[in-house]
Design a protein around this ligand. Structure first.
Ligand code: ZN
Length: 361
């Protein structure tokens, strides 16, 4: 391959992601610039990030429905009920809760969307005002979401003893609503359905907290009611936040302190970016993986390290790893098989195959 400078006319639209990876990697190895004025190779991108990830030898990459259903069903049957299922936002998109990331791993809702960070929430009052104001409008979509075919299929498999433990990154409680066994379901990133005090751990339901917010902010309550009636409520992000026009002021939004200790900061019981997962949750998750024979990732790009490391540990312990996700995931290179299809399509079929025994010999 002969490397030639790209035509200047292409430069204004050239982006890092649009450069063919083989070309980029070769340029890097040979210390060759694509073009003297193109800044790509002068950035501080670590070379390791540019190198293609070598797939596991023998990785089965599946893009057709029937082989996908069979691969998942075989994993479930061969593991004798010792399967940990790890789910992510891709499972809840069919319930109207958008994924942060699309098929390419980029933010799907808004490329510039920046979720709130734990330290911002804890230490800065205006950040809490903004979060609670936007979350106040966003709660309705989470509250009224219903489990979809994937949740129901997984719950059914869970109750049938084919899944030993379900770990979810989702904070919407839709797995539990579908009937997954609560004692064997772990919310890795917490839940939006509860609000707790950072000082004394006093916990209230989100519905109760929401009612208090409505009482304290009647103008916002009126606005929310209008949005509900008109069916124009804003799109809610997976952390319960919504995006509103920059002209909106949150300065007057009021929120309560802890009703028990009186002064503690109340926070939704989700793990924010920059916040540690509770040690007990981490322990339960790792123990579930250790006791399993296989880990099946469903609807997750494994972009968060807390989820990816469970898969990594599973692989290190010699467990079988399967992934069902439409789009690239961080675990593709270490999986035994990867299904690049939507979850509902696959799990409806898995359910039928296991229920009916069709082709399940
Ligand atoms: Zn308190």
């Amino acid at each position: 391959m002969v490397l030639r400078p790209l035509a200047p006319a292409t430069m204004p639209t050239l982006r890092f992601s649009t450069i063919p990876r083989p070309l980029l990697v070769r340029c890097l190895h040979e210390h060759t610039l694509l073009h003297p004025r193109i800044p790509v190779l002068r950035t501080k991108v670590r070379p390791s990030l540019l190198l293609p990830i070598a797939p596991t030898p023998g990785l089965e990459f599946i893009t057709e429905v029937e082989p996908a259903i069979r691969a998942v069903a075989d994993l479930l049957k061969d593991s004798g009920g010792k399967v940990v299922v790890l789910t992510g936002a891709g499972v809840s998109t069919d319930s109207g809760i958008p994924d942060y990331r699309g098929e390419k791993g980029a933010y799907a809702v808004n490329a510039n969307y920046k979720p709130i960070y734990f330290q911002e929430f804890v230490s800065i009052h205006p950040f809490r005002q903004r979060y609670w104001a936007r979350g106040y409008l966003g709660w309705s979509q989470i509250q009224h979401a219903h489990p979809n075919a994937t949740h129901h299929s997984l719950a059914s498999l869970h109750r049938a003893g084919l899944i030993s433990h379900l770990i979810t990154q989702n904070v919407d409680r839709l797995h539990q609503a579908a009937g997954s066994l609560p004692d064997h379901t772990t919310e890795l990133h917490g839940t939006l359905h509860e609000v707790h005090c950072l000082s004394c751990s006093h916990t209230v339901s989100r519905d109760e907290f929401q009612a208090t917010l409505a009482q304290m902010n009647p103008d916002w309550a009126q606005w929310a009611a209008g949005l509900e009636q008109s069916g124009t409520r804003p799109q809610t992000n997976p952390d319960g936040d919504v995006e509103l026009p920059a002209s909106i002021s949150y300065a007057g939004f009021a929120y309560p302190s802890c009703g028990s200790c009186g002064t503690g900061v109340m926070k939704p019981s989700v793990v924010f970016f920059g916040e540690n997962i509770h040690p007990r949750v981490k322990q339960v998750s790792f123990q579930a993986v250790e006791r399993s024979k296989a880990v099946l990732v469903v609807g997750s790009s494994l972009a968060t390290y807390s989820a990816f490391r469970l898969v990594k540990v599973a692989k290190e312990l010699g467990k079988q790893v399967g992934i069902v996700n439409l789009g690239v995931t961080r675990g593709d290179s270490i999986a035994d098989f990867k299904v690049d299809l939507g979850c509902a399509l696959v799990f409806s079929g898995v359910q039928r195959m296991l229920d009916g025994g069709v082709g399940s010999s």
